[in-house]
Design a protein around this ligand. Structure first.
Ligand SMILES: NC(=[NH2+])NCCC[C@H](N)C(=O)O
Ligand SMILES: [Mn+2]
Ligand SMILES: [Mn+2]
Length: 309
């Protein structure tokens, strides 16, 4: 039994199109809390977080879209995540676009540093979201959170203070990549992120990629934040996202990752991001995300294996 706290993050300003503001309520309507409670967990819905007002933010990068709004969310979420990391609970952040990770990941990294434990991140996404303001072709801040968390140069003052601790790029594992911008690719590779594209999944399967990473987290006694972007999944089965890229993870690949994460017992926090209910078909994407989350929290077909494979 795990104490789970749900925190809604109705943030849509980081994305290029509107609609993610409805994400938290779509997860509630799809029955996320009820599913997790049915698995025996103690679930508390904290309601929605609120953005703080930052006033204007200075930057030479005029193409950054909705900078004060995103900065206001970053400050609010950083503090929420820091506080939740210190409590005896597993927070699930219900997005909201992926810019929410500017706050959640940096908050968890800061808390881990204070606890003296290494923080790891598993990033499940078609995109690496590793642009800096200078490298971003779009100016959409949801394409930048991991560059920010890893302390790359060139960001305006999003947090209202220097980052208390930076994420070690070597403790960041990305799976599912199939859309990375040209300069972003250089940044990603020179930083030493453990980046795995869809080709790696095709050739080796998700288990062979994920297992060594989970072993590393376990051996280091690390904390593990998982950030699941809807577009990690094949758009034919998960259409409710503004940035679809064909060739995503299958239903079974995605569930296997969740089942392996559950078996590992290592996950300490989770983002569910980029769900755009305005683009959904009768709630099927919201329901798929709820089912994947249920797998991560212990739903399985059989209680135990009857044979060893
Ligand atoms: N979280 C996301 N869906 N990110 C998409 C980012 C797309 C592109 N790389 C950009 O920087 O604009
Ligand atoms: Mn993303
Ligand atoms: Mn994405």
């Amino acid at each position: 039994m795990t104490n789970i706290h749900l925190l809604g993050v109705p943030l849509e300003e980081g994305a290029g199109r509107r609609g993610c503001i409805m994400g938290p309520d779509a997860y509630r309507t799809a029955g996320l809390a009820e599913e997790l409670a049915a698995l025996g967990h103690n679930v508390t819905d904290l309601g929605d977080a609120q953005r703080v007002d930052t006033g204007p933010i200075e930057t030479e990068h005029n193409h950054l879209k909705f900078l004060p709004e995103v900065a206001g969310w970053t400050r609010s979420l950083h503090d929420h995540a820091f506080a939740l990391a210190g409590a005896d609970t597993l927070p699930i952040y219900l997005g909201g676009d992926h810019a929410l990770a500017l706050g959640t990941v940096t908050g968890h990294v800061a808390a881990a540093a204070q606890m003296g434990r290494p923080q790891y991140v598993l990033w499940l996404d078609a995109h690496s979201d590793f642009n800096t303001p200078a490298s971003s072709p779009s100016g959409n801040i949801h394409g930048m959170p991991m560059a920010f968390a890893c302390g790359l140069d060139g960001f305006p003052d999003l947090l209202g203070k220097p980052l208390p601790a930076v994420l070690d790029p070597q403790k960041l594992c990305m799976m599912g990549l199939r859309s990375v911008d040209r300069e972003e690719r250089e940044l990603l590779q020179s930083s030493g992120v453990q980046a795995h594209d869809m080709r790696a999944i095709d050739e080796h399967g998700v288990a062979r990629i994920l297992r060594p990473f989970l072993d590393e987290v376990s051996q280091a006694n690390g904390l593990l934040h998982v950030s699941l972007d809807v577009d990690f999944i094949e758009p034919e089965i998960a259409p409710a996202v503004g940035t679809t890229v064909p060739g995503g993870a299958t239903f079974r690949e995605a569930h296997l990752i969740m089942e392996m994460l559950h078996d590992s017992g290592l996950v300490t926090s989770l983002d569910l991001v980029e769900l755009n209910p305005f683009l959904d078909e009768r709630g099927r994407t919201a329901r798929l995300m709820v089912d994947l989350t249920a797998s991560l929290f212990g739903r399985r077909v059989l209680d135990r294996f009857t044979t060893s494979y």
